[in-house]
Write a protein that binds this ligand. Structure first.
Ligand code: KG4
Ligand code: ZN
Length: 349
């Protein structure tokens, strides 16, 4: 079964074809994928401009689809179903992919399904031959979400904790901006941190002893104050690298400690990390070390499948279509959509 996946929830136009016949091969079921990032379009404004995002998705969807079909060496008629991101995200941006996907499926007389963007992230690490089995705890860390979820199966999600203010990725982006680094800040902070000392500056590990919720707005203020206290020396390359490394360490410590706490709370020993921040090498390496100490394992997707992409939507779509689910002709997008509202694929355990 070949499923075309369309991701347009924010500033990335991602398209991919997942082919279930390739599931056990090295390419993780992926027949092909294309991704166009609007970063340059929004850079001038210092953040994503929703109307510009929608218009650009519209411009890019058809050429990208043609490029993808050529890459996969197939025609539109070879596609068996279409999955598109239905939410959460920017309403205009979501509508472009949803309307495009739904209409194309109607024209081709094949099923279509709207997918939850965060479920796409959560399932992406499962797209591999040796993927972790359910149940597991998922640490979802993206630009808009920070959540710890007990996942007992597809659609069986219990939120154990989440950020009460900024998301982890958002905090990386804001800290990067204060250091004069470009958006998206996460990868740029990670690069700068490579030459810095992780304990050069003391930064908070917020809410460590308060359940499984996160709060990152104080971290942002702490970085702001730290830069102010350096009295202009943040232009010194070593000071900048030290600030980046100390900040990254504080974020990683907080995410790691809360993840271990979550595993203990639900008595599970597998952690699956997903979303843009899960591409962070220091987070991955620290989790490998710390989880081994408590006899738990960490699982993650290749970096290209951590940040927004069409493959994760195609894969989540495949799973749900396989279980007999699909959407009717009405196109409904849901900009705010708790994952706990998703239907389960199997009876609750
Ligand atoms: O999942 P994603 O691509 O989009 C959303 O759904 O939000 O996540 C984007 C976020 C951005 O905040 C970006 O700075 C962060 O993921 N990110 C990283 C890294 N790569 C992307 N954060 C830390 N380290 C990275 N290597
Ligand atoms: Zn995302």
């Amino acid at each position: 079964m070949k499923v075309l996946g369309l991701e347009t929830s924010c500033d990335e136009t991602g398209l991919a074809v997942f082919d279930s016949e390739l599931i056990d091969t090295d390419n993780q079921g992926l027949l092909g994928q294309v991704l166009y990032s609007q970063i340059e379009l929004h850079a001038l404004y210092g953040g994503v401009v929703p109307e510009l995002a929608s218009r650009d998705h519209i411009r890019k969807l058809v050429p990208l689809l043609n490029e993808l079909l050529e890459q996969c060496d197939i025609t539109k008629d070879d596609i068996d179903a279409i999955a598109y991101t239905k939410g959460p995200g920017l309403i205009g941006a979501l509508m472009t992919g949803a309307l495009f996907g739904r209409s194309l499926a109607y024209g081709l007389d094949i099923p279509a399904i709207g997918i939850h963007h965060m479920e796409g992230h959560l399932l992406a690490p499962l797209m591999s031959a040796n993927s972790p089995d359910f149940p597991f705890v998922s640490l979802l860390v993206s630009g808009g979400h920070t959540q710890l979820i007990a996942a007992k199966g597809i659609g069986q999600y219990e939120i154990l904790g989440e950020s009460i203010d900024d998301a982890a990725g958002e905090c990386f982006d804001k800290a990067a901006k204060m250091l004069g680094l470009e958006y998206p800040g996460g990868p740029n902070i990670a690069k700068l941190a490579q030459t810095g000392k992780v304990d050069a500056y003391a930064l908070p590990r917020p809410m460590l002893h308060r359940g499984l919720d996160f709060s990152f707005s104080g971290m942002k203020t702490a970085v702001h104050n730290l830069i102010k206290d350096t009295n202009g020396s943040e232009s010194d390359p070593q000071v900048r690298a030290d600030i980046a490394a100390s900040f990254q360490q504080a974020m990683v410590d907080t995410l790691v400690k809360k993840s271990i706490k979550a595993l203990k709370q639900v008595d599970m020993n597998r952690l699956v990390i997903a979303g843009g921040v899960s591409a962070n090498t220091h987070l991955r390496e620290t989790l490998e070390i710390e989880l081994a100490k408590v006899n738990a394992t960490v699982h993650y997707a290749p970096p290209a499948l951590c940040t927004d992409n069409g493959a994760m939507i195609a894969y989540a779509g495949y799973q749900r279509l396989q279980a007999g689910q699909s959407d009717d002709l009405a196109v409904t997008c849901v900009p705010r959509w708790p994952m706990t509202e998703l239907p389960a694929l199997l009876p609750m355990l």
